[in-house]
Design a protein around this ligand. Sequence first.
Ligand SMILES: Nc1ncnc2c1ncn2[C@@H]1O[C@H](COP(=O)(O)OP(=O)(O)O)[C@@H](O)[C@H]1O
Ligand SMILES: [Mg+2]
Length: 425
Amino acid sequence: MTSERECFVYIVLPGETEFVTAARFRVSQTRDGEPVGELVYGKNYLARNNTVELDPIELRLGNDKFETARMNGVFGAIRDAMPDYWGRRVIERNAGKVGLGEFDYLMLGADDRAGALGFGLNAEPPAPRRNFNRTLDLEKLQEMAEAILNDQADDIENPHDVQQVQELMLEGTSMGGARPKAVVEDNNSLWVAKFSSPQDRWNQPRVEHAFLNLAKSCGLNVADSKIVSAAGKDVLLVRRFDRDHTEEGYRRHRMVSALTLLRSEESPAAKGDWSYILLADEIRRTSSQPEQDLKELFGRMCFNALVSNLDDHPRNHAILAKDANWRLSPAYDLTPTPSIALENRDLAMACGLHGRMANKENLLSGYGRFLLETDNARSIIDNMVEVVRSEWDACLHRAGASNKDCEAISSSLIYEGFFNEKSKD
Ligand SMILES: Nc1ncnc2c1ncn2[C@@H]1O[C@H](COP(=O)(O)OP(=O)(O)O)[C@@H](O)[C@H]1O
Ligand SMILES: [Mg+2]
């Protein structure tokens, strides 16, 4: 017998705040039991005068039936809107079982997903949500997150307000990533609240805040962030750039990860496709301002190498469409990776003609793919080395990181091997 699951795909169109129904998505199985995904845009949707594509890669507007046999039948743009490690963990805890199917994660994920898409079983989309967790709830959200990390969520005391937050938290988040997080509203903005975790080796919220600020000092376009404290613990709030507040509600901007742009996935076998150079080619094709975005991407790649943000995988890069046009999104999730190697460090994505090697020579080798001249590329790196060298310590202290935190991560910054010239060995 074949099993088949189906839902509607909703979208908030540019300039609007409510969902309209855009497409129908179905996952069925071949005779061999392999999942196949199908997506068809609705006729009414295509007939509107302000329709936009769900993504600029696989799902361009048209009457075609799109099919995919990859990723259990899930298209990249849909995967980007689904909960990831953390969100799945909360859903599983709530459902009381692990290893649900992809379609379950899609249906059970909260409606706070990155980008402009929504999913549901009714042809009519749901009304937009108006109540969000507040920063006031952070203390309890953090407590819940920790309990989930320790698998003790049932042990929490249950007075009235804790119960309410527990309900909100157990609804979880569809935002991706592995770290414990929730979405909160503050000051007419939505923020990704990233909690500390007992496994952290330093004050992760403050260090990430400092790294985001350091990237700003290097001239990069970075998501806004701030630190708040809840129950004596620090929480990093990163302002969501895919939501804008208006009188009528929140606008939602489409967002597609670099993983989708590269037509790749997170399996170990797919890691060979992860490349800044190939990403630059895709951005050249999709961005409405390719020169500006490619210079920015080159800068981010160099920054990641300089500060050993070695977890710069393609879900940590995205493109964003606030209107019909796609642009590189602001940078997010910048943190040092504990690393002791002084000679060689590798980024998560290939960054030059010598693969993933995080050194100046390799970074410079692919400059043309970023539409840069060689002198230009060289001066971007040289200026960044100066800024990182002179500002990292002050940046960490300004963010409230302790001396111990600074010491713990100092080996991440401008490591020796960055300046090695392999080709001259
Ligand atoms: N400021 C932001 N605005 C919109 N989406 C964001 C923002 N920051 C992160 N995201 C989305 O949330 C996901 C998880 O956030 P991230 O900071 O990468 O968490 P983690 O450290 O757990 O990987 C990202 O992959 C991205 O899709
Ligand atoms: Mg991440």
